[in-house]
Design a protein around this ligand. Structure first.
Ligand SMILES: NC(=O)c1ccc[n+]([C@@H]2O[C@H](COP(=O)([O-])OP(=O)(O)OC[C@H]3O[C@@H](n4cnc5c(N)ncnc54)[C@H](OP(=O)(O)O)[C@@H]3O)[C@@H](O)[C@H]2O)c1
Length: 256
């Protein structure tokens, strides 16, 4: 490892060229972190990097397609060369689904969604864990959704108030991929208990981004609030929790 011991606090955010990921990148960098802005498309990644660096932030484009093992390995290698450790990994990259009734969804669509929302998170986490283990306070934040909650789906009840009582969209690929991501979160949290690495899932709220045709009500910066809190938790912070955006300072605990 050629990185020096005086590397600043460092974070990686996946899918950070736009939307909530860019909001998280901005807020972490404003807190003084060096943030690697993960993006699968070089042009879009560099454009976002330019925009944030113009505001004086230490943001560096990191080429990272979470579904491409070579890309993931190259990103891990670059970090190995540039930083002594990684303090926060925000697994934000995500895709929506077809919005078809579950019984009509082609299984290929389900696989495609899981490649990014589930397998991509596992691939990136495993590749970057050695870097996180070298941090005195490694944090992993998985950007999930209340739509991944089995408890709330079964009760047809959305505790975040986006959908009226009795309505819970049945989005097969998206909801089940986020439910799997929630399971991934708890599983890593349990493996890493006692190591100092805290692993939590977030539902960022209903945010106006491309994924929902900008129908959300929060800005990406507002949606970044809870992810940033969890990415910068103190050493006595929680692990294995699922936190949703709300009006309170630390968000609401959601049921899995
Ligand atoms: N918006 C909401 O209301 C809401 C609510 C709950 C949860 N979420 C979650 O929040 C996260 C961010 O979504 P968003 O709302 O900000 O949507 P968005 O604006 O569509 O952003 C999604 C990001 O993920 C990236 N991405 C997709 N596939 C990727 C891959 N294979 N490798 C690397 N990056 C990839 C996209 O890159 P490209 O630009 O290259 O496509 C984009 O940067 C997602 O996990 C989403 O499920 C959003």
């Amino acid at each position: 490892m050629s990185a020096t011991a005086d590397t600043p606090r460092t974070a990686v955010v996946t899918g950070a060229n736009k939307g909530i990921g860019r909001g998280i990148t901005r807020r972490l960098a404003e807190l003084g972190m060096r943030v690697y802005l993960g993006a699968r498309d070089e042009e879009r990644g560099l454009a976002a990097e330019r925009e944030l660096r113009a505001d004086g932030l230490d943001v560096r484009f990191l080429h990272l397609d979470v579904t491409d093992e070579t890309s993931v390995a190259q990103a891990a290698k670059r970090l190995e060369e540039e930083v002594s450790h990684l303090d926060a990994l925000v697994n934000n990259a995500g895709v929506g689904g077809s919005a078809l009734p579950p019984s009509q969804v082609p299984v290929a669509e389900v696989r495609r969604t899981y490649e990014t929302n589930v397998f991509g998170v596992i691939a990136v986490t495993n590749a970057l864990l050695p870097h996180l283990r070298r941090s005195p306070a490694g944090r992993i934040v998985n950007i999930s959704s209340v739509l991944g909650s089995l408890t709330h789906a079964a009760a047809l009840e959305d505790p975040t108030g986006v959908f009226p009582p009795g309505v819970f969209p049945a989005l097969l690929e998206y909801n089940t991929s986020k439910a799997a991501l929630n399971a991934v979160t708890v599983t890593y949290a349990n493996e890493l208990r006692g190591t100092g690495i805290l692993v939590n899932a977030v539902s960022p709220g209903f945010v106006a981004t491309d994924i929902n045709g900008h129908r959300g009500v929060l800005t990406p910066e507002e949606g970044a609030r809870i992810p940033v809190l969890l990415a910068t938790l103190g050493e006595d912070g929680p692990t294995g929790t699922f936190v949703g955006e709300d009006a309170t300072p630390t968000g609401q605990q959601l049921s899995w």
